[in-house]
Design a protein around this ligand. Structure first.
Ligand SMILES: [Zn+2]
Length: 206
């Protein structure tokens, strides 16, 4: 082997080493990429698992406890979906039923209001009887036949309840009134209004 051949052999060897090194580096890079994809997936799965119980289980149980066997769900439920309308009069003045009764920062009770229209949404995963008393409890009103908001109900003031214009007989436990689709319920404390509502014009689809 002459010097030229020796040099050629040497350079060939270096070139092979360099190629190998590059291949090796490339291999390592792709390996690193695979690792990072894997760790990304891992992180995604962990985040998913951590968020899972918050999504499905009773949310923030402290803030949104089950009330009268009615849960607060992460989403609106449409298994059983009806609407009723509530009017309240205190000494002939209309009392506004507030918006967002039964809607918290992160969940919907199966009985709730969206706006101040007085429409009560009954949206439950199962069909069963829901009552005025349950709605008032979710609203956190004291009403229990002795008090309507800050008004104590006495023999003088009375409290009458009308459903679709029909006065409920004395002695009815108003809390037990069951909501039916498109019921118009009027609670009347003290002096009655000139007209007692008989029917509410629900928008299409409600
Ligand atoms: Zn609804």
């Amino acid at each position: 082997m002459n010097i030229k051949q020796r040099y050629e052999k040497y350079f060939k060897f270096r070139r092979i080493r360099k190629d190998n090194k590059n291949t090796f580096r490339g291999h390592r890079n792709s390996k690193r990429l695979v690792c990072s994809v894997r760790s990304c997936l891992f992180i995604v799965v962990i985040i998913y698992l951590i968020s899972l119980p918050n999504y499905y289980s009773p949310i923030n149980a402290a803030n949104s406890p089950i009330i009268d066997n009615i849960e607060c769900g992460a989403m609106e439920q449409f298994g059983f979906h009806i609407h009723a309308h509530l009017d309240i009069f205190v000494n002939a003045n209309a009392y506004t039923v507030p918006a967002l009764i039964g809607i918290t920062d992160n969940c919907f009770y199966w009985l709730h209001t969206h706006d101040q229209s007085g429409i009560i949404h009954i949206e439950s995963p199962e069909e069963r009887n829901f009552t005025l008393g349950q709605f008032l409890d979710i609203w956190k009103q004291k009403y229990a036949l002795v008090q309507l908001f800050n008004n104590t109900i006495t023999d003088n003031t009375g409290l009458s309840v009308y459903i679709n214009g029909n006065m409920q007989r004395n002695g009815t436990n108003y809390r037990d009134i069951v909501f039916h689709p498109h019921d118009e319920i009027a609670l009347i404390y003290g002096e009655p209004p000139a007209n007692i509502p008989k029917k509410y014009a629900f928008a299409n689809g409600l």
